[in-house]
Design a protein around this ligand. Structure first.
Ligand code: RIB
Length: 302
């Protein structure tokens, strides 16, 4: 099994659940408030570790009230955080999430995540090169990715980018990434191409993998556009569903599954994740996935 390094953000998520969302200048009553573990990097690392991946998380947290809780959590989840950057000068990243009818709106305050930057990457380059498969998102400074991706590419590493929150990326970077997993909104932003989506998929065969929520996942297999259908479930909270997909996809790749099966594995994991509130609460463990795949008669190659 290949070793996975997730390079990205760590947040504490602060959820407010309400039946309606306030307009500007309006006050509404919420139904529920809760805190949970989050951050796209941490979510992807936990998703991959729960499914049996050999995972390390490269990221930053503050030396604050959250530090020990987070370190304990990562230990319980089998995520190696030996290289985590603990900062005295700033607090752990925070995400403020409005949850309304299973949809979310998120504001993030980066805090320590801003130090998961080029300098931190330079300091850990040797450690990073011990891993085989890399997972990035865009909640940390892009200078880190601009520095690391060309080096990792030159070492023939497998590189996955979940480009969220979306921003325009240079062709030079895009071409060095092995798999890109945007959702249907992010895909036009990262490529600056608002044209025909199938044409865009054909431009990046077996590489651009677009998650479309309940409409499934689309990619081009070199001959045609393929849609991997989503499992039909009642979604309670979609926060972290994309992260679960990417984490599960990474584990499947690390185990040597063919691309199509890696995508199926990701959609199954995502379908379970949305059935509980909170980004990490519903992420499945390996035995739950195996039981579900077996029950639905899905045989994936490994
Ligand atoms: O993708 C979901 C995540 O986005 C949340 O956990 C939140 O922390 C934000 O980073």
């Amino acid at each position: 099994m290949k070793k996975i390094a997730v390079f990205g953000s760590v947040n504490i998520d602060y959820f407010v659940e309400s039946k309606i969302l306030p307009k500007a200048g309006e006050t509404v009553s919420g139904e529920n408030f809760f805190m949970n573990f989050g951050g796209k990097g941490a979510n992807q690392a936990v998703a991959a570790a729960r499914l049996g991946g050999d995972v390390a998380l490269f990221g930053s947290i503050g030396n604050d009230d959250q530090k020990n809780i987070l370190l304990e959590h990562f230990k319980e989840e089998n995520v190696d955080v030996n290289y985590l950057n603990v900062r005295n000068d700033v607090s752990t990243g925070a995400a403020f999430i409005q949850l309304c009818e299973s949809e979310n709106r998120i504001i993030i305050v980066p805090g320590a995540n801003q130090y998961t930057n080029r300098k931190y990457s330079e300091q850990h380059l040797e450690n990073l090169l011990n891993y085989d498969l890399f997972v990035f998102q865009l909640e940390v400074p892009v200078d880190a990715l601009e520095y690391l991706i060309p080096i990792l590419h030159s070492h023939n590493k497998t590189i996955i980018l979940d480009p969220a929150p979306a921003q325009l990326l240079s062709n030079e970077i895009l071409e060095k990434i092995t798999y890109i997993t945007p959702n249907e909104h992010e895909v036009s932003i990262i490529t600056d191409d608002i044209g025909d989506k199938d044409g865009l998929l054909a431009k990046y065969p077996n590489k651009l993998i677009v998650t479309c929520g309940k409409y499934g996942v689309k990619y081009h297999n070199g001959k045609e556009v393929v849609t991997v259908p989503a499992r039909r479930v009642k979604a309670i909270d979609t926060t972290g569903a994309g992260d679960t997909f990417t984490g599960a996809f990474a584990v499947a790749l690390s185990e040597g599954m063919p691309l199509h099966d890696c995508i199926v594995y990701g959609t199954y994991a995502g379908s379970l994740a949305v059935m509980k509130k909170g980004a990490q609460s519903g992420m499945p463990r390996k035995h739950e996935m195996n039981e579900l795949l077996e029950k639905e008669g899905r045989r994936l190659e490994s």
